[in-house]
Design a protein around this ligand. Sequence first.
Ligand code: SAM
Ligand code: SF4
Length: 431
Amino acid sequence: MNEYDSEMMAGLLESMGYEPAADQDDAGILILNTCCVRGTAENKVWGLLGRLKKWKRQREGRILAISGCLPQQPGTSTDICRRFPHVDIVFGTYNRHELPGLIEQVIKERRQVNKVWEKEGEIPEEIPVRRQSGLKAWVPIIHGCNNFCTYCIVPYVRGRERSRRPEKIIAEVQELASQGYREITLLGQNVNSYGKDLEENIDFADLLKELDGIEGLWRIRFMTSHPRDFSEKLIDVIATARKVCEHVHLPAQAGSNRILKAMGRGYTRENYLSLVSKIRKAVPGVAITTDLMVGFPGEAEEDFADTLDLVRRVEYDQAFTFVYNPRKGTPAAKMEQLPEDVKSRRIQKLVALQKEISLLKNKAEEGKVREILVEGPSEHNPTRLCGRTRTNKTVVFEGDDVQVGNLIEVRIVKGHLTHLEGVPVQDEEKR
Ligand code: SAM
Ligand code: SF4
């Protein structure tokens, strides 16, 4: 979601006549788009803000701005202004579309502007977005979250659930497809809540069906779906809609019923496991990925063992693993916290187990032929190309006659921990 927000801010800057700078030294405006979901990301921002004092002084007229969910926390924006007088603009997640006016104000008045809306407003539409790729695009469909999981700050800094109007989403995706974008990822903290706040009778599964019919679009992905609201109807659409990819990101967070209850997740490990088997039965070959947390307050050894057990049972293709850290204002922050050494031992164990499983899963791909969308040079080895399977696995390969933006078939020759190596089937035939 933050990546999308950055693309939107870049679009707004371009519409004002600005161009992307080659690097920080070359830049006249610098915006820190922050995230406060985890303490580690937040701490980096405090350090960076201090270091940017020098950058600000180096050239007359430079503008330093900070946005995202960090200043959206109560009291934080005034705190930023007081502690960092070299920051020119502070704005939040609800009013990021106001950026052009705020820049003009700073240029005119040459004084610090602190403008963070306390409440979410209407979803601003028709905002220019400068997308990083010409092939794949993020498309937000629902903003905010109503779930209030006890550890999470998102509902406080991103507001209540607001679904975008279906006709706006459909028009945006049609426009993207006509510009040559081939893959979209629908974004929301819980895409399964889509439509609940709209007048018309439409849910996430209906929206997917509508988007599946858009000509020129090849792949549809979505993130994130809450396990509690994953309907049979949605499983059916993933199984039948041709463009909807066979990948479900299904954050479990924990494997112990006691901890899931304390987190307020609204499902049990049994519900979760049964959902996973239903999805696997209906969508053969589906990849399942997750978010997991260790060290939630009160997590005993046996609770952690339940998380490891869940990971072994589900055999996730990939997992994002986090050490719980208290977020101010959330109920879990007031609970008794676990010692850091316990958290650190648990995360290491969890990461090691998931690595074993991810490698096995990727090795099981060896010999299979997979369709990939060719995205361009590989990040780690620019002499080779890379693309993704429908199950969202990265495939690195060599191919002279391969065009970026095409769908091609590759045979997987080696599975690594983080990616697959492949050979285009068209080249295999030539050999
Ligand atoms: N809406 C998504 C869901 O319900 O799964 C997740 C959104 S959250 C921005 C992304 C991930 O950050 C969560 O799935 C969780 O694992 C992690 N996270 C959230 N709050 C955290 C905290 N206080 N400490 C550590 N990790 C946290
Ligand atoms: Fe946070 Fe829970 Fe909402 Fe996800 S569903 S954003 S974890 S409150």
